[in-house]
Each structure stands twice: as structure tokens, then as C-alpha cells.
Design a protein around this ligand. Structure first.
Ligand code: ADP
Ligand code: MG
Length: 251
């Protein structure tokens, strides 16, 4: 079996463009023919200008989109065939997305406690009795201190960087093997962005495989390897991996 953490082969996503149903519908080739293999426990940047197809690749990998063509192999299994809510929830708990705007994915009426407790309860990782303590542990692990105070806050009472940490904490609940971070620092000032990158780098030290989607060269520099997309195709794939350092990247 391949030692890849995840592999995509000939991945394509075409979106239909509007038009008369009588005319053969034209399509927008957001992702056209993308293939790469990711080694476990590495940070790979997916870079390219806005509109080059980065987010679409990330959404295909996390199965938020159906691929038009191609295969996604996770642990040797073609997950582009995974169907059904339960199977998708199980898959996404292993391949977690982190978005640019955590505010959009946090419920403004619910405290931080709720956001991180929910997945812990849903996935049976914590019981009602110990969920409070588990949430605080999780918050502390992403640098949200003091965790008991943070847990009682609402999203609007947190800074952008703190909100992103809440989202990252939530993504870590299942100890996913792959984290797809789509412009995770896009809404943050550069200092806070660096802090979030530091946090993501710590995850990589723990062995998680990270796909970092970014259009910012400064952010992409945190990755060993950069795959450049242009118009839905891979323009270049520069892997600056140093072989004798590989061992540190494994669990
Ligand atoms: P990036 O993340 O690199 O900025 P995207 O993957 O978001 O690029 O988009 C690639 C192309 O696909 C763009 O032209 C975009 O407008 C188009 N696109 C993305 N998502 C959709 C969608 N849901 N429906 C139609 N077109 C889309
Ligand atoms: Mg994008």
C-alpha cells in the first residue's frame, strides 16, 4: 500500500455556467486535472492567485464537493465514492477543514463551551459529566487561557485570533490525521497570523498532515513543499524536503 497520507489522482471539478437549457451547457473548469500525493506528518502549501482553484481542491478533498472526475485515496481507499451522511461525518472527522472566517462557522448565540463540547459529545469522546473539563483541556492546548473564562465567552467577545483558535480546537477533537486550513490567517493581522501559523506548526510536530491553502507567500513559507495552482492546474510542485530530516516528521 502507498505510504501517502492522502493522494489525489486526476481530480477535476467543473461548475455549470448558466445559460439556456436548450444550448449545451458550458462549464467553468475550477479544477481541471490535479494529481499529488502527500506524505504523512508534513505541511504542504497549496498556493496560487485568487480563483486558481485552491479552495475547490480543499473542498473536494474534504468531500464538501463531489468531484467531476478523479479519485481521492485516503488510507488506500477511494473516498470520492464515500456516500451517506454517517460515512461522510466519519470521513470528515479524519480530514478536518479550518476556514478563513471562523466567525461564520461559530454560532453567535452560543458560548465557546458549546462549540467545543458538541463534537466531543457527538463523537462520544466525552461524557456529559466530564465534557466541561475536556473542553478546558482543549482550549488550553490551543493557547486559550484561562480556559474556564474563555469557555464562558460568546464569539463576539473574542478577538479574531482567539476565534480562529476556538475553530482549531474544534477541528482537533477527533485527532484528525489531515487538517485542511483554507486561508486560516486571511482575516488576521500579520502578528496574529504568525501566532496561528505557530500553532499549526505545533500540530505538524505532533504528526498531523497539514494542507495549508494560501495566496500569501509569507504564510506559504511555513510549508516545506508548495504546490502552485494556476487556472485549475498544477503549475509547479516544489518540494524542498531534506531527506535526513524526514524522520522527525513521523509520529
Ligand atoms: P481560490 O480558492 O484559489 O481563490 P476557488 O477554488 O475558490 O479559487 O475558485 C476557482 C474557480 O471556481 C473560480 O473561478 C471560482 O469563481 C469558481 N468557483 C468556486 N466555487 C464555485 C461554485 N460553488 N460555483 C461556481 N463556481 C465556483
Ligand atoms: Mg480560496
Amino acid at each position: 500500500m502507498s505510504s501517502a497520507a492522502i493522494e489525489v489522482q486526476g481530480l477535476a471539478k467543473h461548475f455549470p455556467l448558466g445559460g439556456s437549457p436548450l444550448v449545451r451547457r458550458r462549464v467553468l473548469r475550477a479544477v481541471d486535472d490535479v494529481s499529488f500525493e502527500l506524505r504523512p506528518g508534513k505541511v504542504t502549501a497549496l498556493v496560487g492567485e485568487s480563483g486558481s482553484g485552491k479552495s475547490t481542491v480543499a473542498r473536494l478533498i474534504s468531500r464538501l464537493y463531489e468531484p467531476t472526475e478523479g479519485r481521492i485515496l485516503f488510507r488506500g481507499e477511494d473516498v470520492s465514492k464515500v456516500r451517506g451522511r454517517r460515512a461522510l461525518v466519519r470521513y470528515r472527522s479524519q480530514v478536518q477543514m479550518i476556514f478563513q472566517d471562523p466567525f461564520a462557522s461559530l454560532n453567535p448565540d452560543k458560548r465557546v463551551q458549546h462549540h467545543d463540547a458538541r463534537p466531543l459529545l457527538i463523537h462520544g469522546i466525552a461524557s456529559r459529566r466530564d465534557v466541561g473539563a475536556r473542553v478546558e483541556e482543549l482550549l488550553a492546548s490551543v493557547g486559550l487561557v484561562p480556559p474556564d473564562e474563555i469557555a464562558q465567552k460568546y464569539p463576539h467577545q473574542l478577538s479574531g485570533g482567539q476565534r480562529q483558535r476556538v475553530a482549531i480546537a474544534r477541528a482537533l477533537v477527533n485527532d484528525p490525521s489531515i487538517i485542511l486550513a483554507d486561508e486560516p490567517t486571511g482575516n488576521l493581522d500579520s502578528k496574529t497570523g504568525e501566532e496561528i501559523m505557530q500553532l499549526l506548526e505545533n500540530l505538524y510536530q505532533r504528526g498531523n498532515t497539514i494542507i495549508l491553502v494560501t495566496h500569501e507567500p509569507d504564510i506559504a513559507r511555513h510549508a516545506r513543499r508548495a504546490i502552485h495552482l494556476r487556472d485549475g492546474l498544477i503549475e509547479s510542485d516544489d518540494s524542498a524536503e531534506v531527506t535526513n530530516e524526514e524522520s522527525i516528521a513521523y509520529r
